[in-house]
Design a protein around this ligand. Sequence first.
Ligand code: AMP
Ligand code: MG
Length: 493
Amino acid sequence: MTKHDPKFNFDNTYARELEGFYVPWQGEEAPAPAVVQFNEELAKNLRLDAAALNSADGAAIFAGTIAPEGATPLAQAYAGHQFGGFSEQLGDGRALLLGEILDQSGTRFDLHLKGSGRTPFSRGGDGKAVLGPVLREYLMGEAMHALGIPTTRALAAVTTGEDVLRDGVKPGAVLARIASSHLRVGTFQFFAARKEWDKVRQLADYAIARHYPDLVDADEKYLKFLSAVAERQARLVAAWLHVGFVHGVMNTDNMTISGETIDYGPCAFVDAYDPKAVFSSIDRDGRYAFGNQPVIAQWNLTRLAETLLPLIDADDGDNAVRLATNVINGFIELYTGIWTDGMRAKIGLVSTEDSDAALINGLFVAMDGQNVDYTQFFRALADAALGQDADVLTLFDDAGSITPWLKTWQDRLLRDNQTPVDRREAMNAINPIYIPRNHRVEEALQAAEAGDIAPFNTLLSVLQAPFTKRDGLTDFEGPAPDGTAPYQTFCGT
Ligand code: AMP
Ligand code: MG
């Protein structure tokens, strides 16, 4: 990896301040790097020279072959619970943190490569990624960002020119992504498992300074840090449930301290509302099912809390456990409050009444077993706010199952001080019309793997404005046609 190219103004705090938390490393040489996708808008926001990077030089940088000036490429150490079982050592087995850059508002981001070759953390893996999953992460991240959900984002996707063996031979690829940081619950677990409490403290101090600066001088700062992470995760998972997103692999190494969605592997969006929805072929017990995600977030936060106990109260372990347990036990209530507020907005309420929770629960009872498309429902409901019920009714197998609820809801709206036209507009501003429909995603990725990137670009542009209905895009609004096989995602990434 030769040093080259002065286009990034790196300021690498992780490399500088956290020695011992990573291994300095280099990307493997890619035989023929080529840019497949480049995120111009993001590059501009990051004050990068888009023209210079969307090029052969850029491709070599994003493939990991060339380290740009100022980069300190490194593989981060982390551990993690995967499907409930603990691995003491995972780490960046196929990824490198190149460094950190500041965007035009001064916000700090990691620039990270995924698929850049083997590292000391690779275990049995080949260190590679392939084009389909790389583009999938690109697309899903951009879709989530456009939906207003905190997420890592793709800066570029490149092919390496190498054949990579998965289920068959696939084009090797690397994703260059940015993230508020790559601090994971699993990063804390790595050092706690080794009882390296000084390192856990150093990591917590770093995480607080970077993500929760208001807490730097706070009393009980580690307890408050735990509460603050819990709140960001509650907001994140509520946002997922509001749009029907299933992450699919909420292992503790895939849960960030910043509260961003990370590591889009077997994720998918539900069509019909179904709390049991699972898409990942390996999630046989439904651990990471759609409706299970809040409880799993709580479980993951409990693992984070365990790593912080000696910091919360070094002298009195029982007290530390008591304090942390209070935070963890409060999580579901915190989550439910946030989720309910969001649902209130989704159904067009601006005031708050005690009976709202029952109204919202009643909606889910009415939808149960009715094959109602979750996304289309809320757009149709915005029309029902103007008294046009027809589209809502046709979404239900049995329209009779929603009519009593509609009546209660319309009565409730009369007690809100908002005109029907404004209400419809407000609802349509937060209820997407376009989400990454599974059949559309697959179609776009298959075409891209076969060399045709056009369907991917079309889908990406549709998803970049998810709330704005446009002419000619009806085909992107609905679920897969009846009779399509149930959607399944695979971890062969
Ligand atoms: P993920 O499932 O992508 O969240 O990754 C879980 C762990 O497996 C991380 O430590 C990864 O670095 C590692 N990993 C995943 N795929 C590979 C691969 N192809 N080669 C080496 N390590 C990998
Ligand atoms: Mg991961």
